[in-house]
Structure formats: structure tokens, C-alpha cells
Design a protein around this ligand. Structure first.
Ligand SMILES: [Zn+2]
Length: 325
């Protein structure tokens, strides 16, 4: 069985209108190329952004797109952005239905209900929150595993009070990188308390740290018993991808894909700009398909490892009331 990939040419029409930008249409060519032979499906239609966003924000995006205006210093629009973003929502939901990967643009995990989320300086290239849309339309309990190198602040904000969504977010230490959120003490609120999990990697962190944290994530999943696992799949943590300082390689992305185990799953593309798409994305697919090649993990320096262990202890400390750890 071939991997199912949800793609539409409209996703490649959202492109920077005035200046070069790292988040551009060549990314999806790179991703499709890296995956080789796959079954390409079209999104079943546009999604309704009001499911996860406020009407005033949706209208602002529509107008900005019409005028090809920047939303902020990081986040551009062109005249295809609005339609592309609506179809990206639909594509994420299609991926949920068919158990495949949505290769969508614009990306989504930094987009909160009103746009910028949790006081972030910008929307970080994101327009509508694709993974949040698919999760909100999914049946039953959803575990979102966001392994983009940046914190999924939009997703966390949208589901902060929602106990039906377990959001586990792995990212570079937010005191060293955009958007500056996603600390261990951010665990959700009200009934959702304890269902938002932030796992931080110090700059320089390698595959050994990801492998160390896998059993912890497995234990959360075993206790939560999700009906579906949705991956907010960013590949910008890959060593040398360009925007961050982590040193993940194939070993990390294979192991992260393997977290699916035998559960229903789907994935939605977030970041990943060069080598991450070329090498991280196919490794993730091998993990999901349970055909691992188990490449040699890249080791972190001992001081990085020590920082990570301390930070993981802090994450567990803040979760101790909800989970057996
Ligand atoms: Zn990212």
C-alpha cells in the first residue's frame, strides 16, 4: 500500500509576492520529490475557518489576501492565499479521513483563534490552523504530536481548555527561538489541565534526546487512549535545515513516526525548508509505516544532555497530578 498524500496545486500558488521568503512554493516540490512514489489525493474541498478562528480574523485574512498585503513582518499573503488557506484546512481533514499526510501550505500551527497566539510577535508564516481544524472535526479523543522545531502556540491556545485534545509539543527551548512560548508549566487549564505537554530541547540537542523522550510520550498516549493521533509535522529541527539549532537526523523522525504504533493517524505539514524535507520527511514515513531502517542516532554533547534531562524533569513535575509517570 502506498502512502496517501493530500495535495492540490492551489497550495503552491500561495507564494511571496514582493520579496524572497523561505516559506515558498518550492517546498512542496521538494517534499513530493522526497517521498517518491505515493498516492496523491485532492482535498475534498475547502474547510470552514470559523471552526477554529474568530470571524474578524478570517475577514482580515480575506482582505489582506485580496490586497496582497503582509499580515506581519514574517507572514505574507498574495491573491491566492485565502483560497489556498481554506483548501489547506480541507486538506488536513481529508488526511484525517484517509490516514495520510496533508502536504499543505500555508502552514498553520502558529495561528491562534485571533491570528497571533499567546503574545507571539508574529504569526510565523501561518494563516489558518490546519491541524487544529482537523482535530476539532475528528471523532473522539485526539492526540496531537507537534514535532516542528517551533512551539505550536496557536494549537495550544485553541485547545488550552479542551480535555479531549492531548497536545504534546516537542520544540527547541523557547527562550532561544520564536515564538517564545511552550514552557513546561503551560499544561492547559480548567478541565484541560494536564493535557498540554511541552517538551523542550536545548540548542545542539541531537537524536539521543528524542529517543530518550519516546517512552514518556508512549506512556501518555497509552493512558490517554486517543481515537486518532495527528502529527503536526515540521521538519525544521533537522540538522542544518536552516531556521533552528537542533541536530536531529533520520533517527529522530523515524522514531516520531513510530509513535503512531497501531493507532489511526494522520499528518499535516508545518515547517521544514531544505534537508529536513529531503531526509526527515521520508524517515517519518518509514516510522509511520513501521518499516524502520534504524539509522545511527546523532549524540548530543554532555552539557546539552544534562540541560535536557533537567527540563524533562520539569515537564513531568508539572504533569504529575494528571498522569502516572
Ligand atoms: Zn517551525
Amino acid at each position: 500500500m502506498n502512502m496517501k498524500v493530500v495535495y492540490s496545486s492551489i497550495y503552491s500558488k500561495h507564494d511571496p509576492p514582493h520579496f524572497p521568503h523561505i516559506e515558498n512554493s518550492t517546498r512542496l516540490e521538494l517534499a513530493l520529490d522526497a517521498l517518491g512514489e505515493v498516492e496523491v489525493l485532492s482535498p475534498e474541498g475547502a474547510g470552514d475557518p470559523l471552526e477554529v478562528h474568530d470571524g474578524t480574523y478570517v475577514e482580515m485574512v480575506r482582505r489582506a489576501s485580496e490586497a496582497e498585503e503582509q499580515i506581519d513582518i514574517d507572514t505574507y499573503t498574495n491573491r491566492f492565499t485565502y483560497e489556498s488557506a481554506l483548501m489547506a484546512l480541507g486538506g488536513a481533514f481529508t488526511a484525517y479521513k484517509v490516514e495520510g499526510i496533508a502536504l499543505v501550505r500555508p502552514p498553520g500551527h502558529h495561528a491562534g483563534r485571533y491570528g497571533r497566539a499567546m503574545g507571539a510577535p508574529t504569526q510565523g508564516f501561518c494563516i489558518f490552523n490546519n491541524i487544529a481544524y482537523a482535530a476539532s472535526k475528528a471523532e473522539g479523543r485526539v492526540a496531537i504530536i507537534d514535532f516542528d522545531v517551533h512551539h505550536g502556540n496557536g494549537t495550544q491556545e485553541i485547545f488550552y481548555l479542551d480535555p479531549k485534545v492531548l497536545h504534546i509539543d516537542l520544540h527547541q527551548d523557547p527562550s532561544t527561538i520564536y515564538p517564545g512560548t511552550g514552557f513546561p508549566f503551560e499544561t492547559g487549564d480548567g478541565e484541560g489541565k494536564g493535557t498540554k505537554v511541552n517538551i523542550l530541547f536545548p540548542p545542539g540537542g541531537g537524536d539521543d534526546l528524542v529517543l530518550e523522550v519516546i517512552p514518556f510520550i508512549q506512556s501518555l498516549l497509552d493512558q490517554f487512549k486517543p481515537d486518532v493521533v495527528g502529527f503536526s509535522a515540521g521538519f525544521d529541527g533537522f540538522s542544518g535545515d536552516g531556521l533552528a539549532s537542533l541536530e536531529f537526523t533520520e533517527a529522530s523522525f523515524e522514531a516520531l513516526g513510530g509513535l503512531r504504533e497501531k493507532r489511526r493517524w494522520f499528518a499535516v505539514l508545518e515547517g521544514g525548508y531544505s534537508v529536513g524535507l529531503r531526509r526527515g520527511l521520508p524517515a517519518f514515513v518509514r516510522g509511520v509505516e513501521r518499516k524502520p531502517e534504524e539509522p545511527r542516532p546523532k549524540e548530543s554533547k554532555s552539557e546539552v544532555k544534562m540541560k535536557f534531562t533537567r527540563s524533562l524533569e520539569e515537564t513531568k513535575y508539572h504533569l504529575r497530578e494528571r498522569w502516572k509517570l
